[in-house]
Design a protein around this ligand. Structure first.
Ligand SMILES: Cc1cc2nc3c(=O)[nH]c(=O)nc-3n(C[C@H](O)[C@H](O)[C@H](O)COP(=O)(O)O)c2cc1C
Ligand SMILES: C=C(O[C@@H]1CC(C(=O)O)=C[C@@H](OP(=O)(O)O)[C@H]1O)C(=O)O
Length: 398
């Protein structure tokens, strides 16, 4: 369940997403999909393309009277910019041969893609490599989020680093916050207010410094990366498995999260910092109370032990490299003349870490929806809920 494909070029007519199989009877709010699309478009440091686009989804199949039919659900998102690119991106016969783009950008898919696919025009590579495609993944993720909400599972994110400027990670916040981040309401309030913040970062002082940093690099024709953290609440024990490498929860998450454009690092729980500490400080000790069952005093494992969700919040940090297209272009070589040239300068984002954090939420939701249906069945929502309740009973009687 929840296997999907996306299609569409960045400046083509539209993006398409098809979810092959979904449980029947899941109510879908189109407004919630559009809300996720809008969240992905925002964020300080985005370029002029986001002033042109105003992403809205059109559902073409798989729904009747707002409910899934279990048949393939297909969606499209129009590219408003298409009207400015028809002469270059027409899928059928072009009226005139457009000028070829031959100076590859370091850090983009340009050169490796041109060599691999034997293309002398970089546009034939960059159009699909572009992170415009992440709008389609965000729409799929918005449906996965609505499915997970049926089970009280919430996927959220915040930005915790821009360039070298850091703000508190979830575990640091939990130690210092004077509000109860374990409460559902306070959790949701914390993340809701981030959607009003220019960088989706909770530390407002640091946000101002981060904005200045983006401005200063952008003024020099440069770009900036950063780190965001995904936090998942309400996950049951038992998604993923220790029995084989390709069934482990972290391998499923890493495979799909690392496939987001420009993501170059992933950390689960204490991750790299944990590597420098003794085991006694890293592992989450086990306690028991008759009322609540097994519990831990900490969450350094980031919610995964032995490839299996352990019932704690999932904590995943993702590092995004700086945007490759630079106004102060880097050294490159013309693919035809083989002479030294400056890399192509296209209109570009200077920083897209807040946007990437929304894509990260969507992709995490998709992986979790795939695993929930793998464990609890997938034909109808009512059947999955029955199986889920029976499993919760098994856990409570353990
Ligand atoms: C939300 C988002 C927006 C992006 N915007 C741009 C951009 O405006 N210009 C650019 O050169 N790269 C941008 N990127 C990064 C490139 O798409 C990415 O670096 C490129 O496809 C090469 O893939 P790789 O970095 O995964 O190796 C963006 C990435 C994301 C996730
Ligand atoms: C269009 C989006 O992001 C684009 C991702 C992108 C890239 O190279 O990845 C390059 C830019 O596109 P353009 O060249 O049209 O300005 C970004 O705007 C989007 O996020 O919807």
């Amino acid at each position: 369940m929840f296997e999907y494909l996306t299609a569409g070029e960045s400046h083509g007519p539209r993006l398409t997403a098809v979810i092959k199989s979904l449980p029947s009877g899941l109510e879908i709010e189109v407004d919630k999909i559009n809300k996720e699309l809008a969240r992905r478009q925002h964020g300080y440091g985005r370029g002029q393309r986001m002033e042109i686009e105003s992403d809205q989804v059109l559902i073409n199949s798989g729904l009747r009277n707002k409910k899934t039919l279990a048949s393939p659900l297909s969606m499209t998102i129009e590219n408003r910019d298409w009207k400015n690119w028809k002469k270059i991106m027409e899928p059928l016969q072009l009226e005139t041969e457009p000028q070829k783009l031959t100076n590859p950008r370091p850090g983009h898919a340009d050169l490796a893609g041109a060599l691999k696919y034997n293309q002398k025009d970089l546009r034939n590579i960059l159009e699909r490599a572009s992170a415009r495609e992440t709008a389609a993944r965000t729409a799929v993720g918005a449906i996965a989020k609505q499915f997970l909400a049926e089970f009280g599972i919430v996927v959220a994110s915040h930005v915790i680093q821009i360039g070298n400027l850091k703000s508190e990670s979830w575990s640091q916040l939990k130690q210092s916050a004077n509000f109860d981040l374990d409460s559902k309401v306070e959790f949701e309030n914390y993340f809701a207010q981030l959607d009003q913040s220019p960088l989706r970062c909770a530390n407002s002082e640091q946000t101002k410094a981060m904005q200045k940093l983006i401005d200063s690099w952008q003024a020099k024709g440069d770009s900036v990366g950063g780190v965001f953290e995904i936090i998942v609440r309400g996950l049951p024990v038992g998604l993923g498995s220790h029995v084989h490498w390709d069934l482990k929860l972290e391998s499923k998450l890493a495979a799909q999260l690392m496939a987001i454009q420009a993501i170059k690092g992933l950390e689960i729980g204490a991750g790299f910092e944990g590597a420098s500490q003794p085991g006694s400080l890293v592992h989450d000790q086990i306690y028991y109370q008759p009322k609540t069952g097994f519990y831990r005093g900490s969450n350094q494992a980031g919610g995964i032990e032995g490839g299996i969700s352990n019932g704690q919040n999932l904590l995943i940090k993702l590092a995004m490299k700086p945007i490759p297209t630079l106004a102060q272009a880097l050294a490159s070589v013309d693919m035809i003349s083989k002479k030294a040239v400056s890399a192509a300068k296209e209109r570009s984002d200077a920083c897209a870490v807040p946007a990437a954090s929304i894509v990260g939420e969507a992709v995490t939701a998709i992986v979790l929806a795939q695993l929930m249906t793998a464990k609890f069945g997938g034909d109808s929502l009512s059947e999955i809920k029955r199986n889920y309740q029976a499993y919760l009973k098994q856990l409570s009687e353990f």
